[in-house]
Design a protein around this ligand. Structure first.
Ligand SMILES: [Zn+2]
Length: 372
């Protein structure tokens, strides 16, 4: 995630804060300080986000336990995000990973409750207890605030609005009875209903922040649903289906200038460079790379000097499922995958080619049409 700053490492996971998070610190300092001033407000805000961080660590440690790498945890003004290398698709794993976050807050609340109780009673005696002791700035006030925050985090996150934790728990439970794809569809639809309800509640009570979060949940649920639909559709399609027949290939002896004039007359932004003798795949020339070289006056250079060499491009078999090509594109920092039939180079596949196949499948009713 760009715009974020690495602040530390826990369990081998990078902990980052988004730059907008600094704004929420200022906002918190001014709003949570009360009579004790902005420094107390800052402490309250930082303590609140420590709870959020511990919640995300709960998810992350559970994911690591199942052998799923965690890319990083980022703290944003609307909460935290733990990015997993992949989503656990086994229902039990998803259930455990989803519950592990709120479970951390349940444990924290269970620890805080007796401490807050003892602190409050020791200050005023059982008879003298008033609400103000829990609300006023100070240790008791801070711990009561964190107790309430923990409870709120559990309640909010367990709303079954996919992709909130509650929605993931719901999908995982559905997953015991139906396919992953079906479970996701139902969880996304139910999640949308909850997101809309949440949005109305937010608007009705003038909680714009809540309405905004509901809107993001609605969008994020749809996006994740679509990603699952694409994946499951592409699992049953061979890589060969996405291959467009291009007869255009470049010779390694061509100059940048020659390629530039040739690219003007072809619709392909990426062209393979092949050895003219044996057809060996040497690399890929992109129209953006060629344009950049032309701008720098390198029109006389050999195309091999500016191409992306073959060794940096992921390879896939013509007969492999298309979902493998999609995964290679997502994990490698390459725009293309090179397709081979045995030892023979067959062509290139880009994210666009994969999307084109998916569009075709969803229009023909193959994938769930609601995501088309
Ligand atoms: Zn969570």
């Amino acid at each position: 995630m760009s715009w974020s700053l690495r602040v530390g490492k826990l369990f081998g996971i990078d902990i980052k804060i988004h730059f907008t998070f600094l704004l929420i610190l200022i906002w918190g300092a001014l709003n949570y300080g009360g009579s004790a001033g902005p420094l107390y407000g800052l402490i309250v805000t930082l303590a609140l986000f420590t709870l959020v961080l511990l919640h995300e660590l709960g998810h992350s440690v559970a994911a690591l336990w199942y052998g799923i790498p965690v890319k990083d945890i980022t703290l944003l003004p609307i909460g935290g995000v733990a990015r997993l290398e992949r989503m656990p698709e086994k229902p039990l794993q998803e259930l455990v990973v989803a519950i592990a976050g709120p479970a951390v807050n349940v444990v924290l609340a269970a620890i805080l409750l007796p401490i807050v109780g003892v602190l409050a009673v020791s200050q005023t005696g059982l008879a003298g207890l008033t609400a103000s002791i829990f609300l006023n700035p100070g240790l008791t006030g801070l711990l009561s605030f964190l107790l309430m925050a923990n409870i709120s985090l559990v309640v909010f996150n367990m709303i079954p609005a996919f992709p909130l934790d509650g929605g993931r728990v719901f999908r995982a439970i559905l997953g015991f009875f139906t396919t992953y794809q079906n479970a996701t569809n139902i969880a996304v639809q139910v999640g949308r209903v909850f997101a809309i309800l949440m949005g109305f509640v937010g608007l009705f009570y003038g909680q714009i922040f809540l309405a905004l979060i509901a809107f993001f949940i609605y969008l994020a649920g749809g996006q994740e649903g679509q990603a699952v639909a694409i994946k499951s559709a592409l699992r049953n399609v061979k890589t060969a289906e996405a291959l467009t027949s291009t007869d255009v290939a470049l010779s390694p002896y061509a100059t940048v200038g020659q390629v530039a004039s040739m690219m003007l007359s072809t619709p392909y932004p990426l062209l393979p460079v092949l050895d003219p003798d044996n057809g060996e795949f040497l690399g890929v020339a992109s129209s953006s790379g060629v344009a950049q070289a032309m701008q720098q006056g390198h029109w006389y250079k050999n195309i091999t000097e500016i191409m992306q060499p073959a060794r940096l491009i992921p390879k896939i078999s013509l007969h492999a499922p298309l979902v493998d090509a999609q995964e290679k594109l997502a994990t490698a920092s390459s725009q293309v995958v090179a397709v081979y039939d045995g030892l023979h180079f067959k062509g290139l596949i880009t994210a666009n080619d994969i999307y084109r196949v998916f569009r075709f499948l969803s229009q023909s009713g193959y994938a769930s049409p609601q995501f088309a």
